[in-house]
Write a protein that binds this ligand. Structure first.
Ligand SMILES: Nc1ncnc2c1ncn2[C@@H]1O[C@H](COP(=O)(O)OP(=O)(O)OP(=O)(O)O)[C@@H](O)[C@H]1O
Length: 301
């Protein structure tokens, strides 16, 4: 019998997947005879506290139910604790870049089966200053769009809320570039950028395979920098991302990094797994295969 702690964000996504939790608990307890406790988060930061506490108390598995922000908090709680257990992600957010790359089923019966089968994958975890991240850090146009979308809009429109905000903001911000310095080892690149992101999984902002070389356990993060360009270049870039056909383009730089320091001339908050983080400058590095997660069997990442 395993002791399983479920930490769920009742406000994540369209607040639909959370309705599956009672059924998930029932299957785990009645069919598989596991010991299960589920706790709802009360607000920002609570998932982190609960995850830290659960590791300290020696639970065998933590299940994070929410979007990328909730998963980020749980990962921070787990990584700060000396004792560790595996993590399972039950995607219930608006975008779920990380969860959707893992191809995790939302059907409670399938999810319970995955947990009990216990197929493991050790994944890289990033450190951004003092915070951990599991999927993506970003700066510039895209994160601004994401932060302007309210919880209410996400509950009603889901992913569409991000696209509507994007269409509104895109023309306004197209010419607002940022002066960014990327320092990788001894090399320094100075760029005038629209936005940049550094990702663990290939999926970013709901777009699949944007970072086509990204692997969850290769000890590297994939840095994509979109430089200032002509309107047509930027439009083409988005079109290729939407249609899942990423191509080499003059305004796009694609580099794999293990450690990087990023400076911005203007004050710029970095976005960490979809939530607003600290101001730059900041050093980012990869902790290779630092966290064990449960994944469906037979899927290649
Ligand atoms: N009870 C709560 N009420 C309001 N906010 C909460 C509560 N519990 C957690 N939160 C906060 O909700 C924020 C958003 O959660 P999360 O990112 O998981 O969902 P989402 O934004 O819908 O999904 P995604 O990031 O995948 O688009 C998190 O930063 C978290 O701190």
């Amino acid at each position: 019998m395993k002791k399983i702690k479920i930490i769920y964000n009742p406000k994540a996504g369209r607040q639909m997947v959370q309705k599956n939790i009672p059924r998930l608990v029932e299957v785990l307890v009645k069919q598989y005879h596991e010991e299960v406790d589920s706790v709802a988060t009360q607000g920002p930061g609570h998932a982190e506290e609960l995850a830290y506490q659960s590791c300290q108390e020696g639970w065998d598995l933590i299940v994070a139910v929410g979007g990328d922000g909730t998963v980020n908090e749980v990962v921070n709680g787990m990584m700060s604790c000396e004792k560790q257990c595996p993590l399972a992600i039950y995607p219930a957010g608006t975008v779920n870049d990380f969860g959707s790359h893992l191809q995790i089923s939302k059907k409670p019966e399938d999810f319970a089966r995955m947990i009990v089968a216990g197929h493991r994958l050790n994944v890289d975890v990033g450190k951004a200053g003092e915070r951990y991240f599991i999927n993506v850090i970003a700066g510039g146009l895209l994160p601004n769009v994401a932060h302007n979308v309210s919880t209410e809009a996400k509950t009603v429109f889901g992913k569409l809320a991000y696209y509507m905000e994007g269409i509104k903001e895109f023309p306004k911000q197209l010419f607002e570039t940022l002066d960014i310095q990327f320092q990788i080892g001894e090399e320094i690149y100075e760029k005038e950028v629209l936005f940049f992101f550094m990702t663990n999984s290939p999926n970013v902002g709901g777009f699949k395979h944007v970072a086509h070389n990204a692997r969850l356990n290769d000890g590297k993060f994939d840095l994509l920098i979109v430089e200032r360009g002509q309107v047509l270049d930027v439009t083409k870039l988005f079109f290729n991302a939407i249609t899942g056909r990423p191509k080499e383009q003059p305004i796009l730089k694609y580099i794999q990094v293990e450690k990087i320091r990023i400076h911005s001339k203007e004050p710029l908050h970095i976005d960490i797994d979809g939530e607003e983080g600290e101001l730059l400058p900041m050093t980012f590095k990869v902790n290779k295969e630092a966290l064990t997660i449960l994944v469906p069997e037979g899927v290649h990442y």
